[in-house]
Design a protein around this ligand. Structure first.
Ligand SMILES: Nc1ncnc2c1ncn2[C@@H]1O[C@H](COP(=O)(O)OP(=O)(O)OP(=O)(O)O)[C@@H](O)[C@H]1O
Ligand SMILES: [Mg+2]
Length: 374
């Protein structure tokens, strides 16, 4: 019961954008964006460079005003509210710590500006420092901190005034891969322990999926899909999302015939594949059948007589990755296919050479089918 009440309290809408548009020099940069976010969620905004991610954050933070549409924070319309009165804070890529102040003073800065008294500041700084694991580093200067520690100072400084939302614009993009992965985990833990809504902008799909409860995929000023990391990876709603969120193979297909609740597809003009026709495809309709590299299987061709209904391709390249063997296979029609298979040393199937012909099959039902948008 108490848990339910807590949940209810947590699940109120913290941020809503309704039909928000923004132009720069007459050009649509944000076109009619609508979405809402629950309190306490970790959201990532994923999209290619120049698609409008920073502009969207600046609109939420109050550094830009929408040309059309409304922004609500905790149900209050904030279009005309200044950044400092929105209870939204931003952490930038370089953290922008004050180099001449120690960790304590960096964290305390916002409260000092507000003119809070020393006792209150001391209590709050120590409370937040403990939460983010900086309590033993309060006297260090920024240049004596690791990247992860600097990030924690930047976040502690940004959240000490208890904002409703913390915006993070590519805070990890300058770091090498290993450190970035470590910091992603830290960021996620920090968000959970603080309980504040985080909105993280990134163009790194792995990062967007691994940190967030929900991912907003953006393309050219619009939202292409909003969903859990699994939703956007496993059930992309269009080709843009499928191709932007990870690697994917796109097979061309045509509906040959529809029988009862099944549809017969001709894939790459070569093989017939029967699916459950849940979406009511019609004969002659053109489709795209999508498979992630890890949902495909290759096999050396041992006995060509038994080959039935599988695609055949030539191995162009293989990369041993420890846990997986990743191959590039070229189909007869020239299409390049990527396959990633779990590697088992005893498995003779992987014994193929570059230039050899292999069969390509898949795990039935794991495909994503989209209507051909052309
Ligand atoms: N103040 C401005 N005046 C004119 N054009 C702008 C302004 N700010 C951004 N733009 C343009 O708006 C588009 C979106 O920019 P934005 O910075 O939001 O992209 P982004 O998705 O954050 O890209 P990146 O991943 O490279 O940071 C770009 O074409 C950019 O040139
Ligand atoms: Mg940007």
């Amino acid at each position: 019961m108490l848990e339910d009440i807590k949940k209810l309290k947590k699940n109120f809408l913290i941020l809503e954008l309704k039909n928000v548009c923004k132009k720069f020099q007459g050009e649509d940069i944000i076109s009619d964006i609508t979405f809402s976010i629950n309190n306490g969620e970790f959201i990532s905004i994923l999209g290619p460079s120049g698609c409008g991610k920073t502009t969207l954050l600046r609109l939420i933070g109050g550094f830009e005003t929408p040309d059309l549409g409304d922004i609500y924070i905790k149900k209050t319309r904030v279009n005309d509210v200044t950044p400092s009165n929105r209870k939204v804070n931003t952490v930038f890529q370089n953290y922008a710590l004050f180099p001449h102040m120690n960790v304590y003073e960096n964290i305390a800065f916002g409260l000092r500006v507000e003119g809070e008294d020393d006792a209150y500041i001391d209590k709050e700084v120590k409370k937040i420092a403990e939460k983010v694991g900086l309590d033993k580093l309060l006297l260090r200067m920024p240049n004596q901190l690791s990247g992860g520690q600097k990030q924690r100072v930047a976040i502690a400084r940004a959240v000490i005034k208890k904002p409703h939302i913390l915006l993070l614009d590519e805070p990890l993009s300058a770091l090498d891969k290993k450190l970035r992965q470590k910091m992603q985990i830290e960021l996620k833990q920090l968000q959970k322990s603080l309980g504040i809504t985080f909105i993280l902008v990134t163009h790194d799909q792995e990062e967007a999926l691994s940190v967030a409860d929900k991912v907003i995929v953006m393309g050219d000023g619009q939202i292409e899909q909003i969903g859990t990391p699994r939703d956007v990876y496993e059930s992309p709603t269009n080709l843009f999302v499928a191709q932007f969120v990870g690697e994917i193979n796109v097979f061309d297909a045509e509906v040959l015939a529809v029988k009862k609740d099944q549809a017969e597809l001709l894939i790459e003009d070569e093989i017939v594949y029967i699916i459950k026709n849940k979406k009511g495809y019609k004969a002659k309709e053109k489709l795209k059948v999508l498979f992630r590299p890890e949902d495909l299987r290759t096999e050396t061709i041992k006995d060509s007589k038994t080959l039935n209904n599988v695609l055949i391709g030539k191995v162009e390249d293989t990369t041993y990755k420890g846990a997986t063997l990743d191959s590039t296979v070229i189909l007869k029609n020239g299409k390049v296919i990527k396959v990633s298979e779990f590697f088992d040393e005893d498995d003779a199937y992987f014994d193929y050479k570059i230039g050899e012909n292999v069969t390509i099959s898949w795990i039935e039902g794991w495909e994503v089918i989209l209507k051909d948008e052309k």
